[in-house]
Design a protein around this ligand. Structure first.
Ligand SMILES: NC(=O)c1ccc[n+]([C@@H]2O[C@H](COP(=O)([O-])OP(=O)(O)OC[C@H]3O[C@@H](n4cnc5c(N)ncnc54)[C@H](O)[C@@H]3O)[C@@H](O)[C@H]2O)c1
Length: 324
């Protein structure tokens, strides 16, 4: 492997594109040299901020650029899978923002394209890099009971993520964060899922925005998963997680920046000033590519996270327990 910096292209130069561009410049060992966005000014803004070769509205130019080792896909959700498949077929490694896709079929098509092309794909589930989550997972490696919650403030009706196709509303958009964390904590695959919920904060919307689910994993672990945008004010913690098992328990709160551990005899709390999930996931992606190894997360993680979200949607619509 050459010692030169890896060269990246960025597709989708909005909020998260800007976040990743800043992270890559902090990590080092890689740099963005091409920026693409359907809105040319967005790509030009990041080119001006970070330097590099060019900004374009033509995604194909970037995908066909032989100088690029990898592309970041930070667009809206309906374009994730087609862009990831095109990138893999062009021989580029991929870091893709969540969710991998809003459909399991598309997720699987992405996985097949990546496999066939022999490239690496990492879904950007940044919470895997929150230090207290990692500590909690090590502290209780075989949880029997898991509680996971992500509760946003009510989303604006005109937010792009509320669009049924481009975004999917709260549960389709954000649920994959929580289902991924719960599955990662369980270290097992989900088998059964039942959920209640619906379009409650946005009545009449075709997609669900609140979900309360029960999940059983192959290991026998069980989980309770709460997702939505019904939060009101500071008393409602956006992120909340509890693990119980092996005579131990741990509770994470305050956006996962604080945790209370209990080891059967002693209880104590820990706090971190800031989580650096975005930075650390970029560090992992770059380190993996430079070492020629697989990143810690792959398409299978993206597929399972979406599969659990869609199972919840089916359970809510049918009232039936879903077998995964
Ligand atoms: N991991 C996290 O914590 C986190 C937080 C927020 C958003 N996200 C994810 O990041 C992604 C982007 O969200 P955002 O908040 O940056 O949105 P955004 O609207 O700020 O930016 C998206 C950009 O993509 C461009 N775009 C859309 N479709 C395109 C296409 N087909 N080709 C080229 N450009 C296209 C838009 O013009 C826009 O500039 C989403 O997948 C979102 O779910 C992740």
């Amino acid at each position: 492997m050459s010692a030169r910096d890896l060269r990246f292209g960025l597709i989708g130069c909005g909020n998260l594109g800007a976040v990743h561009a800043r992270c890559v410049s902090r990590v080092g060992g890689a740099r963005f040299t091409a920026f693409a966005d359907a809105v040319p000014a967005a790509a030009e803004r990041l080119l001006a901020e970070h330097g590099g070769g060019y900004a374009t509205a033509d995604v194909a130019r970037l995908l066909n650029d032989p100088d690029l080792d990898a592309v970041y896909i930070c667009t809206h959700h309906d374009s994730h899978a087609p862009l990831a498949i095109a990138a893999a077929q062009a021989g580029k490694h991929v870091l893709i923002e969540k969710p991998l896709s809003l459909s399991v079929e598309e997720c699987e098509a992405v996985a097949a394209a990546v496999e066939e092309a022999g490239v690496r794909l990492m879904p950007a589930f940044k919470m895997r890099y929150y230090p207290l989550l990692r500590q909690a997972r090590d502290f209780i490696p075989e949880p029997q009971v898991i509680v996971g919650q992500m509760m946003d403030d009510r989303w604006r009706d005109d937010a792009w993520a509320q669009d049924p196709v481009r975004g999917g509303a709260n549960v389709y958009s954000q649920g994959c964060h929580t289902t991924d964390v719960i599955r990662w904590m369980a270290r097992s695959e989900p088998e059964l899922l039942w959920a209640a919920g619906g379009a409650m904060t946005h009545p009449g919307h075709p997609r669900i925005d609140q979900c309360v689910a029960s999940i059983r994993f192959a290991s026998g672990a069980v989980a309770s998963w709460i997702q939505g945008d019904a939060a009101l004010g500071r008393m409602t913690g956006k992120f909340f997680l509890e693990l119980f098992g092996g005579g131990r328990s741990v509770q994470l709160y305050d956006r996962f920046k604080a945790a209370t551990f209990y080891d059967g005899a002693r209880e104590w709390s820990e706090r971190v000033d800031e989580e650096e999930g975005f930075l650390l996931e970029n560090r992992e992606f770059i380190a993996a590519l430079r070492a020629g190894r697989a990143p810690e997360l792959d398409a299978a993680d993206g597929i399972q996270a979406t599969r659990m979200v869609l199972a919840a949607d089916r359970a809510i619509r049918t009232g039936q327990v879903q077998r995964l």
